[in-house]
Ligand binder design. Structure first.
Ligand code: NCD
Length: 326
């Protein structure tokens, strides 16, 4: 990739006047288009630095508490890698059953505790609104890494960065979201985030019982973005620039029989992808279960593994921002 000049990061002390210094990141609704362009710029610089030097000391002396009440591979390890690539340290709590949570400690008390030891807290929790609750009590910036079926703002930001890196633009795109749009928090955040760009058309393809929630659709409509719902990809796929596939969120179903009925509603295979454009991408927040066949992985349009790497740069950018170093 071409060598870029690197904007110097703030060398001494925390930049307390930096716009994101000390702020919690709870929802994509906090960001306007300028903020998004700024995050893309900082993530770009992080990418250049990682490619040039691997690890550097921007956040030396800072500590991240990584508090996960729900399973995670990518989000949790990419936040840890992000902190360590910036020279900081991590308190990893991914097995809350071995922490005082197992003794019945409340979320406010747990985050108040971690706020005494760490400079920033990343939290994933099964309840909607939990990250906002944590932010009230932590005394340190809290980053929402998924609150139940609510939001997953850092995933949406890395999805945005992926689209920009892969397709070179964020305006005038047809984005088709496929799968579990009811419980999938990543699509709730991404559809809201994409309203910041011009000429976006959103298609929602899902089983009837897993449709995009009305409150999300109303918010998106209020921003003037075109949305269409459909039970199949037929007719939609040939016009799609970004196909965003999601896993049916088994853990959010009360009745396993209902999950079994819808779990294999869509499977992306090379044959299914035949009518798609040549220049488009297929994304997935991962983990995938069966909704994208491994036979599609070698296709250059399969962007889901590259998407994971973009997540590292975006999370480095967000940590630097809330800690006053970008
Ligand atoms: C997603 C999540 O946890 O919401 N995973 C992730 O963070 N990359 C998607 C999922 O679990 O299906």
């Amino acid at each position: 990739m071409p060598k870029k000049s690197i904007r110097p990061f703030l060398p001494f002390g925390d930049q307390q006047t930096a716009p994101w210094y000390g702020k919690a990141i709870l929802s994509v609704k906090q960001f306007n288009r300028n903020d998004l362009e700024y995050i893309i710029g900082v993530a770009h610089e992080m990418r250049v630095m990682v490619e040039r030097v691997g690890t550097f000391d921007l956040l030396k002396g800072k500590i991240l508490a990584n508090l996960f009440y729900e399973p995670s591979t990518r989000t949790s390890s990419s936040f840890m890698a992000a902190m360590q690539r910036l020279g900081g340290a991590v308190i990893p709590i991914s097995e809350v059953r071995y922490s005082s949570v197992a003794k019945g400690e409340s979320l406010p008390d747990t985050v108040r505790t971690l706020g005494c030891y760490a400079d920033v807290i990343v939290i994933r929790h099964p309840e909607i609104g939990s990250a906002a609750l944590a932010a009230k009590h932590a005394g340190k910036p809290v980053i929402n890494a998924g609150d139940g079926a609510g939001e997953h703002p850092t995933q949406a930001l890395l999805d945005m960065f992926t689209i920009r890196e892969e397709l070179g633009r964020l305006d005038n795109l047809t984005v088709t979201m496929l799968g579990d749009l009811k419980y999938g928090r990543t699509v709730h955040s991404l559809s809201r985030l994409l309203t910041q760009f011009d000429g976006i058309k959103l298609n929602y393809v899902s089983p009837d019982i897993l449709r995009m929630p009305k409150d999300v659709m109303d918010e998106v409509a209020a921003k003037g973005v075109a949305q269409a719902q459909s039970p199949t990809l037929d007719g939609v796929l040939p016009k799609t620039d970004v196909l965003y596939v999601t896993r049916v969120q088994q853990e959010r179903f009360e009745d396993p029989a209902v999950y079994s009925k819808v779990k294999s509603a869509y499977i992306i295979t090379p044959e299914v992808m035949a009518p798609a454009k040549e220049k488009m991408i297929v994304m997935h927040p991962l983990p995938r279960v069966a909704e994208i066949s491994m036979a599609f992985d070698p296709d250059p349009r399969a962007a889901y593994f590259r998407q994971m790497e973009y997540g590292l740069y975006v999370r480095m950018a967000l940590l630097a921002m809330v800690l006053g170093k970008a």
